[in-house]
Design a protein around this ligand. Sequence first.
Ligand SMILES: *Cc1c(COP(=O)(O)O)cnc(C)c1O
Length: 474
Amino acid sequence: MQEWQQKRLREIPPVNEILSAEAAQALLRAHDRELVTEAVGEVLAAVRAEIAAAPDEAAAQAVDLSPEALARRAERHLQRRLRPRLRHVVNATGVVLHTNLGRSPLAEEAIEAIVRVAGRYNNLELDLATGERGSRYAHVEELLCRLTGAEAAMVVNNGAGAVLLMLSALCRDREVIVSRGELVEIGGSFRVPDVMVQGGARLVEVGTTNKTHLRDYENALRPETAAILKVHQSNFRVIGFTEAPPLADLAALAHRHGLPLLVDWGSGVMLDLRRLGLEPEVTMPELLAAGADLVTFSGDKLLGGPQGGFIVGRRSLVDRCRRHPLTRALRVDKLTLAGIEATLRLYLEPDRAAARIPILRMLALRPEDLQPVAEALAARIRQEAGDAVRVRLAEGFSAVGGGSLPGVEIPTVLVAVEPTGRPAHEVEAGLRAHEPPVLARVQRGEVLLDPRTLWPDEIPLVAAAVARAAGQGR
Ligand SMILES: *Cc1c(COP(=O)(O)O)cnc(C)c1O
């Protein structure tokens, strides 16, 4: 260490002097003393490191050692520490069900329902009519039955939990027949063959990747068979020379042999997707009407509610799931239940669901709806970022995401931003570092912003973030 460094280190004021500075006094009025003192200590450690790393005397002198400046640094340090890590980010990617961004944002109705039960007592497990203990599932069972046409229904923590519970309760130590075309990996560590093992069931694969016939299932039936399982090809598509028996035929086959047809449908579609301008998908009521005995699906995919896993179908089978010990391990919290109930209630009126559930609203937006939003965003960016960017509108596609409707691309209008002073990937990183963070795509030297997944009040935030990220370092 140089002489000038040691001298500069000796000039660092003591902690109590920093704590007497005005900024620190304000901090002490708002926060715990130990927390503030710790923040000051950490700032001083950083300051010492800066002086030790200073290349020359001028650099060491440039470190502001006034008590007020150090107190303000402690304030910023503490603000960062107290800021929630899990926080709002702006999704400008156009991926509607973005798994990394929390999948489906909730409808106002669901948010209000959660807030109402969060801070007070509630009747989670109380039957208000009798005063006796009630079931937490009762709050959503009737709604689910009405919406799907099922006899009985329950809800657990997530879709994967629902599949695991279904297999554990109904198929343990017995065989389950699945088509080789449906041995899906959903993501993370959720793979159908592995979940089968976890559920204690033996997987019997039939057919081939592209073609499975009814007779393939039929030939695999044995006394040890517990069920036939159909799994939705949620996140991939097999095209060309393909075949799978209609669900009704599969159900008839299972029923002729006294077996249930179980279905892991992944993303539960509750309304006709043509309403949103999309290709139709088999809905829950159609699935049950075709003969499925038990169906599992997710709460936060195309349903657009909180994370949850539904099990709907025959009463005797749902009851067996409900009695299984895993049910307790997978049970949903009151906040989730409140959000699910409010979301499902919207579906009683499909028009209301389509208008109020954010992901359904976003999916329904056509390019002509998005054009004025894109224009407004582009104008705002030009205004804020000036000549740091060149902005144009471009045709492109949004994605559904979240392991739902694979291959479906929805036409959109993109705002394409070409930074003039720095590479696009640096601007993208700058957007992510912004508060709130803005997530965008980069393609061929342009940052692409898709207005489909933006809320109106996020437009100025995105413009400010772009101006900042594109202008930095210029
Ligand atoms: C998404 C999905 C699951 C898992 O649901 P989570 O709610 O993500 O746990 C299970 N099966 C299929 C077919 C899926 O698409």
